[in-house]
Design a protein. Sequence first.
Length: 581
Amino acid sequence: MRISIAQINSTIGDFSGNREKILAFSRQAEGAGADLILFPELAISGYPPMDLLDQDYFVEMNIRTLRILQRELPRGLAAGVGYVGRNPDSAGKALVNMYGIIRGGRLVFEQVKTLLPTYDVFDEARNFESARKWSVFEWKGERIGVAICEDVWRETETPGTAYMQDPVRQLLDQGISLLCVPSASPYVAGKLKIRRSLAERISRRGNIPLIYINAVGANDSIIFDGRSFIVAPEPAGSGEGCSLRASARAFEEELVTWDSGDPVPAPKEKAPVKPSGRGLGEDPGGAEEPASAAGLSGEELDILEDALVLGIRDYMKKCGFSRTHLGLSGGIDSALAAYLAVKAVGKDRVVCFSMPSRFSSPGSRDDATALADNLGIRLHALPIEPVFTSFLTSLEGVFENRPFDLAEENLQARIRGTLLMAYSNKFESMLLATGNKSELAMGYCTLYGDMAGALAPIGDLFKTEVFALCRRINARAGEAVIPDAIIAKPPSAELRPNQKDQDSLPPYEELDAILRLYLFDNLEAAEIAKQGWDRELTGRIIRTVARAEFKRRQAPPVLKVSPRAFGMGRRMPIARLVYET
């Protein structure tokens, strides 16, 4: 059988646009001689639809699009598409996460998703009912089973999740010869290796090919990396077990076609990797590099950069923005955000603002100018000193001659936020917030100031990851795209004389290491201290993270690239007692 994988970028609720993509890729597959084309999970509606599923109009438009596709799809081709279906059983929730196969103008096969994740960013059990039966689709001599995304993840160890049903086993017991896995699996660094390992294990167990069809694109905070693939067992006696037969690119729409009758490709010899003795990012030739302080190799940092670029581009496009802007302080966070924005939408659609105050160093202003020149973007200077002085004069009486403190510091950030939002309103430009995850965790940010914006593109990167990615960008380019002075200088908000981040925060290497254990592994202070970290410092960090929850609740969405991002991926009460041990 000749099978095409259609890795497409669906927009939530754009039923006409999604339908056109499905038709275009189907016609392309027909031209390639495919017998079957497979699209991702919920390709018709887009993923995740969330509480749009409560709107009858949304569900009806989704089903109407399915019926139109029945009439319009090429008649000689079988096409698998994901959509929101009505629950075929009388009991349970009204809707199901459905995958159907259309052939010859008829819907000839349907399979309901069984395992409905409720961890991390997922909340499918809120709206969908699980499958109660598992069917096989017979076509061109193959017995095809469909397991939708989470249905194959039962064997992984997800904390707090233990599924009763095993849909893959149910299908294997029916003698399937091919397993299709339509998915909308979000990007997380290192996740592809886990996906393929899981797929190979199932392929070996069933002695069948497994076709993994993943969505691509970004919807709000979630980025889908694509990277669809096909694995299949090797011939008996080969000693290889299971091998990759086809794969699609990362972060791009693509059609990949594979023939199940093709001979097994000969294994490629791996070129030996010569140790270079260089540090992270010093060899722009693309050789494998040692892991960074953030734990990511050079190749992984490149993929991370591509994910963030796609996240910005799709967020802007799907929200109707054609241009973006941000404040460029001369610091490393805004420098990285500006670089990513230029890669996402081009230098002509990015505007930056330098907004110096009495505390801004000449070096920071020069660094912002140098970066803008390197990126080829417009940089406008809007000194805030006159506005700051006016505000201080207005507040002089109510401040009662109290000494300069956090109030005056935050006032500067809020003036900048006001100016940036004014530009947004005047020119319909999308403001990017430039804060990182370390700052968001500790509340080292100002509400209605530097937190202002429609999207926080690096809000899921720890500070150490920001540094690692900037070094990698320069190394790959073979030049200091991000000026060396920006990377080298100690981070500072420059809101008071001689201010440094480490006046208020622990060193970022220590802070980020403890935050990873707390946020990703759910360890408390005593458990973290057992791993060698200072008990008092750990307790202080955990208390500070808890106290800053009210700020994060008002923050713009962040692009999720880690196992647990702030926002949808970590839902915490604001008013609570903080437990450290």
